[in-house]
Design a binder for this molecule. Structure first.
Ligand SMILES: *[C@@H]1O[C@H](CO)[C@@H](O)[C@H](O)[C@H]1NC(C)=O
Ligand SMILES: *[C@@H]1O[C@H](CO)[C@@H](O)[C@H](O)[C@H]1NC(C)=O
Ligand SMILES: *[C@@H]1O[C@H](CO)[C@@H](O)[C@H](O)[C@H]1NC(C)=O
Ligand SMILES: *[C@@H]1O[C@H](CO)[C@@H](O)[C@H](O)[C@H]1NC(C)=O
Ligand SMILES: *[C@@H]1O[C@H](CO)[C@@H](O)[C@H](O)[C@H]1NC(C)=O
Length: 181
């Protein structure tokens, strides 16, 4: 189970570095500043973003590992989503997301949108709503070769991942699914 999120996320993102997240779920860590548009320090957006990030980890940990929220009024709204892997308990979920909040500030200072993915959790915020928006560019922008290779050489794994994607998206309130082949 532990390795399962990994192939899916590794297919999707370009910036991969390793670190320790202090939670004991491996060392995989991906971040993306999602376009590098910056906000004005002290702006209403920053205040909304900060309020959002201060509550999101606790909200996710308290509701089986998934939370999203929107703070503030247009045009300064901040949208955020936090998610833990389905087999991670509430205390580890909270610790992982707290680390993600710190890292997103460190890796993408002043950015209007950013995302960080650990092996046990992921966090994303933006000044635009991204809830239930499929972005093919984002999901696949660095993975065509990997995905093609997987399809060609490991057909059963490929089909399982396609099936799991559907199961997680439509069959689970926590947006999580596991499988084995
Ligand atoms: C955003 O900034 C990071 C770190 O400075 C850089 O590696 C990346 O290429 C930039 N991305 C874009 C889309 O400009
Ligand atoms: C959304 O964020 C606001 C501001 O931090 C907070 O007061 C509120 O409780 C949050 N709502 C949920 C459902 O987490
Ligand atoms: C949460 O899971 C971790 C790792 O499996 C474990 O070490 C820890 O004791 C668990 N915490 C609780 C409160 O169950
Ligand atoms: C999709 O993701 C790419 C890469 O992060 C980004 O540049 C683009 O603006 C996104 N498109 C939409 C419609 O969100
Ligand atoms: C994927 O789903 C299809 C259609 O439901 C099913 O026939 C197939 O056996 C599944 N494959 C795997 C590897 O789970």
């Amino acid at each position: 189970m532990r390795g399962l999120l990994l192939p899916i996320v590794l297919l999707g993102l370009s910036l991969l570095v390793t670190t320790t997240n202090g939670v004991g779920y491996g060392h995989i860590y991906i971040y993306d500043c999602l376009g590098n548009a910056s906000y004005t320090p002290g702006s209403a957006f920053q205040a909304n973003r900060d309020a959002l990030l201060s509550s999101l980890s606790g909200a996710a940990a308290a509701s089986s590992g998934f939370a999203k929220n929107t703070t503030g009024a247009a045009p300064d709204q901040a949208y955020g989503l936090a998610q833990c892997r389905g087999d991670v308990n509430a205390s580890d979920c909270r610790a992982c997301l707290d680390a993600a909040v710190r890292d997103v500030a460190r890796k993408c200072p002043g950015q209007r949108s950013a995302m960080v993915i650990y092996e046990a959790c992921q966090l994303r915020y933006s000044d635009e709503s991204f809830f239930a928006v499929f972005n093919k560019t984002f999901s696949f922008y660095s993975c065509d070769a990997t995905w093609g290779t997987l399809h060609h050489f490991n057909e059963p794994l490929y089909h399982m991942i396609v099936n799991l994607t559907e199961k997680a998206a439509y069959g689970s309130p926590r947006m999580f699914a596991v499988g084995a082949v």
